[in-house]
Design a protein around this ligand. Structure first.
Ligand code: DGY
Length: 348
């Protein structure tokens, strides 16, 4: 699909994206925009090389693509200067290779913070209260009357929520759980972000001023402390060498037998094969997963586990957010192609 065919700057988007604002931004700024209409969901490196062709100023790409040496050198040869990942995460992008070829890299933070945190909350509640299991039971025509034991799950109020990775999304999730469900908080963050500390201090003051019962909170010095103490654990770190298989067999074994584990970050943060074994051995342990180690596949055995709620990487999938991501992705490329400062620039 080609927009503004006579445009001076050739910009390629490897996928169609929601909304039209991003298209207008590019075409109004004298870009010829080519949107790939290939049916295949995940494009491989050769597909993208063909899209880049001989002349290309910038590319908007997706988290499912492998942006490394090959693609950045191809883009450089085509005269390109900008690549924007339509995602906040950029573990699919080799920043060193981008730097080597002088390609600026942008991502799309900010607009997906609450949307992603909300989905993590939805997974938490669904897993804790067995919502999906109960839905399937109902649809199967198995409900024949109220029973005291039917789908008994865990109450969130007054329990402890644990966060690993307290950046923008982790902090938003923590606020939703603490305020919404009056949960106590324990969190671990590699980066010395103080946003959650400030928030919890202010929230504590607020509860006091209202004469309401306090919630407790603690910044843990290890991930293990969170795993041991929390009733609900939500994972929000970036994926890199230090967080690959952060949740493994040993760490699963220190968690409470009835804990709820939620992951809306990146699949490989959990050793999924170890998780499947743990779910089988501990029927009261529950998970809510938006992401998978070998996406789009699930490890054998996971789909059969009733104590797992699984959704297909939809944490940022609200209309407002996806349109915002598309707009930011276009702005990143546009800024570089037109010589404006690129924001945000993951190269820095
Ligand atoms: C991201 O942005 O990194 C999400 O995984 C998709 O929105």
């Amino acid at each position: 699909e080609v927009w503004n065919p006579a445009g001076k700057h050739r910009v390629v988007s490897t996928k169609s994206m929601p909304g039209t604002r991003w298209i207008r931004l590019l075409t109004d700024a004298d870009c010829r925009l080519e949107i790939c209409t290939e049916k295949k969901t995940i494009l491989d490196v050769e597909d993208i090389q063909a899209l880049i062709g001989d002349k290309c100023d910038g590319v908007i790409g997706q988290l499912t693509e492998d942006w490394g040496e090959t693609l950045f050198s191809t883009l450089k040869r085509a005269g390109g200067t900008a690549f924007s990942n339509m995602a906040v995460g950029y573990n699919n992008v080799d920043l060193n290779a981008a730097n080597t070829y002088g390609i600026a890299v942008g991502n799309t933070p900010g607009v997906l913070t609450e949307t992603t945190a909300e989905l993590a909350v939805a997974l938490t509640v669904s897993a804790s209260r067995r919502v999906v299991e109960a839905d399937q039971f109902m649809r199967a025509g198995l409900y024949d009357g109220w029973l005291p034991h039917l789908f008994v799950g865990n109450l969130l109020k007054g329990q402890t929520v644990g966060i690993i990775g307290a950046g923008r999304i982790g902090s938003a999730y923590a606020r939703m759980m603490v305020e919404g469900f009056k949960m106590n908080l324990i969190y671990y963050d590699l980066y010395q972000s103080t946003r959650l500390e400030k928030y919890m201090t202010a929230y504590g003051e607020f509860l006091k001023s209202q004469g309401e019962a306090p919630v407790t909170w603690k910044r843990a010095s290890t991930a293990e402390d969170v795993l041991r103490d929390a009733d609900v654990i939500s994972l929000h770190p970036i994926l890199d060498k230090t967080t690959y298989h952060l949740i493994n067999k040993d760490r699963l074994s220190i968690m409470k037998k009835e804990a709820v584990l939620v992951n809306a970050s990146r699949g490989p943060v959990i050793d999924e094969a170890a998780l499947v074994n743990h779910l089988k051995a501990n029927p009261m342990f529950r998970v809510g997963l938006d992401v998978f180690e070998d996406e789009p596949y699930m490890k054998p055995g996971l789909a059969e586990q009733k104590n797992a709620v699984v959704v297909p990487h939809i944490a940022s999938a609200s209309k407002w957010t996806r349109e915002g991501m598309a707009t930011l992705a276009a702005l990143n490329v546009l800024g570089k192609v037109k010589g404006y400062p690129v924001w945000p620039d993951a190269n820095k």
